[in-house]
Design a protein around this ligand. Structure first.
Ligand code: THU
Length: 135
């Protein structure tokens, strides 16, 4: 069964409700469709020690990897304060996405008007750092 972009946004919006963001009051939800058709979700989880908080994208990637998922096919991201605002992944998350992306991976964003934009993960982080795994 295929998961539509709108269904992926619904999952991201729903998990955003669980965001733990008492410091920034900026809540983010992310939903990943992996290459097997499974959906994995994550929200931001802040901490009193600010730098150790987790972004929604990183949480969703952690959920995917924990369930054995390998490749992000699509990822929907929604975030904002009281309302949804244009929320683009931070630099660190772009690197994390690139680790599990391929040339077809698409990032879906929604702005404050509800307009959806689609971006290739590759375009969001040109010249991404790569390290050849050593075995
Ligand atoms: N945040 C995310 O979860 N994803 C993003 O793409 C941008 C920022 C979180 C981190 C922090 O909890 C809050 O949003 C404000 O920066």
């Amino acid at each position: 069964m295929t998961v539509t972009d709108e269904e992926l946004f619904e999952r991201a919006l729903a998990v955003r409700e669980n965001a733990y963001a008492p410091y920034s009051n900026y809540r983010v939800g992310a939903a990943i469709l992996d290459d097997t058709g499974d959906v994995h979700i994550g929200c931001n989880v802040e901490n009193a020690a600010y730098p150790i908080g987790a972004c929604a994208e990183a949480s969703a990637i952690g959920a995917m990897v924990s369930k054995g998922g390998k490749t992000i096919k699509k990822m929907a991201i929604v975030g904002g304060g009281d309302k949804i605002e244009a929320c683009t992944p931070c630099g660190g998350c772009r690197q994390a996405i690139s680790e599990f992306a391929d040339e077809d991976t698409v990032i879906l964003l929604k702005d404050e008007t509800g307009a959806v934009s689609r971006h290739r993960a590759q375009e969001m982080l040109p010249l991404a750092f790569r390290l050849k795994p050593r075995r």
